[in-house]
Design a protein around this ligand. Structure first.
Ligand code: HEC
Length: 717
């Protein structure tokens, strides 16, 4: 469906589509385009990143380092807003824009695609894949999308419901649409497709619920499947007739037992983000996600390494045939995905300091890895932040685990937690300075076995107990204490010496992706809305601007008519904002997403968001016995916290249930939670998992949390 999008005007009050909606300092003439996205592999290899940003991370090596140098340390203080554009959604925004032939292609939540004049932000077209909102329940970490791929006049988007679609770059019309998953299973797509030599590469997500991961290559021309590589064996350990078969008969199958939840629930290993083309080895190198369920004792009681979970894998580009792998976290037990940014570069690590082509990754588990790109051989790794799950690594890079990290019923509080020491926020690498820039973080987590786990691959189901160490009435000051344990930093890392060169401390975790430029700058947004440029050599802050919304995405840069632009997408949502509501005070405001583009001397403004304050009042008296409240706590933690926030504190993306009017009315509450009357808006029925008594117990718990919160905030005398 191609929509002439009517903006709801949440922040701008702008009611019509097209150029009137963009706050632009320039005129809105059509771009001086020669064609529309007439891109092939040669053009990407030879020219990007340069004046254009033709693939997800700029170029195939995914360094997010641009040779553009008009914006420098000396003049960056003159950087101002060139234009802003309002995206049509108010959920998380994680997209890096593509800029080609004067046009910017960008995505928002719910997999909408936008084509904009890259100089002015004027809208050329918007495509809405018209997703059934009920699929939101399958999305572990918000209904986000990280961007498009472009090739041969087409724009490729992975849709949250599992479709891969090719759009006409000029008009946004659908050229082909292919369903890449079994839609009866909880698969989602949030990652950006990569396009190489006529093949569109795409993975999927869903390992928090129960799926079997894979990456596929489709023909860019026709949308037909060319090859598929599964990351977890077939449940019978039999061949799939897929490219991955040889990998399992050679190394994969023996790393799994014959029983356990993986057999019924798929085992996980989703390829939900990094997919990198190595043109030197003519191979695709991709990052594989966590196990499903997280807890290995449930997933595979035999206790094997469970290949290819949490691994970096290389396959032949044409056939998908296995070449090598390196497993960062054998026998994953903690949601330690290795899907984080993979960067290719030459480092002086060959004989006598000769250049050696390497793979770099800072996965969730907290170690920075350098591998040989041709063979996958382990070169080196060091922790890039505090961690307590491993005592170190052996000479092959295999972790020597802290035995306590293999938790049982008793909890173990671990760093990193499931949010990772680094998550999807793209890192960058400056080849001239030899520094990688990591959006690093500390988010501790208590892990314990979930005693109530049962196979149920249609909802959040990790085998870990989200209610462990929680009580209905938390001790006073607990939320403040928890908040104080969350840290974020921008880290400049020397991958040869495996040590930090400098770091900038942020006030919260989950900060933005990084852009490095030949102007000697590093750009990074923050979740609190600050977008800053730092001196790439020493981290001193040279410029910043308030984005007035979350700045978590990876920025990009491009040049048109002799002017360099820096651009970032903004918005409020994504996994952490849904899940870690307690991490925020009232300063970060929910808004619809935007594209915000800067240039030297830009004079446009970022519109102030229209704040919709929620009335923080309890809707009924406390009720429920101690047993009922405890049941409510456990079932809330298991079923609701992933979207409405632990201990019922939401960050404002989705309703804060403490203050919800439904909380005051048991029947209305049952209608929403049991019958699913709000299913069209993404709040599906839980009646298949919860009895009416359990649903009522959750209400009692939520109401208690409302009373507790107000008591905690009340002035003490
Ligand atoms: C996958 C994400 C997700 C999960 C899990 C989830 N919800 Fe929701 N919930 C939503 C969304 C989205 C809405 C907003 C719907 C709308 O916009 O009207 C919502 C709205 C609600 C509302 C209405 C609030 C209001 O004031 O409008 C209630 C009540 C609610 N949820 C209760 C629950 C309970 C109880 C659980 C656990 C049993 C739960 N939800 C689990 C996504 C979720």
């Amino acid at each position: 469906m191609l929509v002439n999008w009517i903006k709801i005007g949440l922040t701008t009050g702008c009611l019509l589509a097209a150029s009137a909606c963009s706050d632009s300092a320039d005129n809105n003439e059509a771009p001086a385009a020669v064609g529309f996205a007439e891109v092939d592999t040669k053009r990407i290899l030879e020219t990007s990143p340069g004046a254009e940003w033709l693939s997800h991370s700029g170029g195939y090596d995914e360094q997010r380092h641009s040779p553009l140098a008009q914006i420098t340390r000396e003049n960056v203080s003159n950087l101002g807003v060139a234009w802003t554009y309002d995206l049509a959604t108010n959920r998380g925004v994680e997209a890096t824009p593509i800029v080609v032939d004067g046009v910017m292609y960008v995505t928002s939540a719910w997999s909408l695609v936008y084509a904009l004049d890259a100089r002015t932000g004027a809208e050329l077209w918007v495509y809405d894949p018209a997703v059934d909102k009920r699929v939101a329940v399958n999305a572990c970490c918000d209904v986000v999308n990280r961007g498009v791929g472009v090739y041969d006049g087409k724009i490729f988007v992975g849709v949250i419901d599992g479709r891969l679609e090719a759009l006409d770059a000029k008009t946004g019309a659908v050229i082909w649409s292919t369903v890449t998953v079994d839609q009866s299973k909880p698969y989602t797509i949030t990652g950006a497709p990569r396009v190489v030599d006529g093949l569109v590469l795409i993975g999927n997500g869903g390992a928090e619920l129960g799926v079997r991961g894979y990456i596929s290559a489709y023909s860019a021309e026709t949308g037909k499947l060319v090859w598929r590589f599964y990351t977890v064996p077939n449940p019978n350990k039999a061949p799939d007739g897929a490219a991955s078969d040889t990998a399992f008969t050679s190394v994969g199958n023996i790393s799994w037992g014959d029983e356990g939840a993986w057999v019924t629930d798929g085992g996980g290993g989703t390829v939900w983000d990094s997919i990198v083309y190595d043109h030197v080895g003519d191979q695709i190198i991709f990052g594989v996600g966590n196990g499903s369920p997280w807890n290995r004792t449930i997933r595979d009681p035999a206790g094997g390494d469970n290949l290819f979970l949490s691994s970096i894998v290389a396959v032949d580009i044409k056939t998908g045939t296995y070449k090598w792998h390196f497993q960062t976290t054998p026998g994953d037990n903690w949601d330690y995905t290795a899907t984080q940014s993979i960067i290719l570069a030459n480092l002086p690590l060959g004989e006598n300091g000769a250049p050696r082509r390497v793979v770099m990754q800072a996965p969730k588990n907290g170690f920075f890895y350098v591998l040989d790109a041709e063979t996958g051989d382990f070169i080196s790794a060091k922790p890039f932040g505090p961690q307590n799950w491993a005592q170190g690594l052996d000479k092959n890079g295999r972790p020597v685990e802290n035995p306590a990290a293999r938790y049982g019923k008793a909890s173990f509080t671990q760093l990193p937690g499931a949010m990772g020491a680094h998550n999807w926020h793209p890192m960058a690498y400056n080849p001239a300075l030899g520094l990688a820039y990591i959006p690093a973080q500390e988010i501790p987590q208590a892990y314990a076995l979930d005693p109530l786990w049962k196979s149920n691959p249609s909802k959040w189901n990790t085998g870990t107990d989200a209610s462990v160490d929680l009580m209905v009435d938390l001790p006073p000051g607990m939320i403040k204490f928890l908040r104080s344990t969350l840290k974020g930093r921008l880290l400049a890392w020397d991958p040869v010496k495996q040590e930090a060169r400098w770091s900038v401390e942020h006030e919260n975790a989950w900060n933005g992706g990084v852009l490095s430029t030949a102007g000697g700058l590093v750009f990074q947004g923050k979740i609190n809305g600050e977008f800053a440029a730092y001196n790439a050599e020493n981290g001193s802050k040279l410029w910043s601007e308030d984005l007035k919304s979350g700045g978590a995405s990876g920025p990009a840069t491009f040049e048109i008519d002799g002017e360099q632009y820096v651009t970032i997408t903004t918005g409020w949502g994504s996994g952490y904002a849904l899940f870690a509501g307690f991490a925020y005070d009232e300063k970060v405001v929910p808004t619809i997403g935007k594209v915000v583009t800067f240039k030297l001397g830009g004079t446009a403004r970022i519109a102030d968001p229209e704040l919709a304050y929620i009335e923080r009042t309890v809707k009924t008296e406390r009720f429920g016995t101690a047993e009922q409240l405890q049941l409510g706590l456990v079932q809330y933690a298991r079923n609701c916290s992933v979207c409405h926030g632990p201990v019922a504190i939401s960050s404002g993306v989705l309703p804060d249930l403490r203050w919800s009017a439904y909380g005051g009315d048991g029947d209305a509450w049952q209608a929403v939670v049991g019958e699913g009357v709000l299913a069209d808006a993404g709040m599906v029925s839980f009646s298949a998992f919860l009895s009416a008594e359990e649903i009522e117990a959750i209400r009692a718990y939520v109401v208690a949390q409302a009373h507790n919160s107000l008591a905690e905030e009340a002035p003490k005398n």
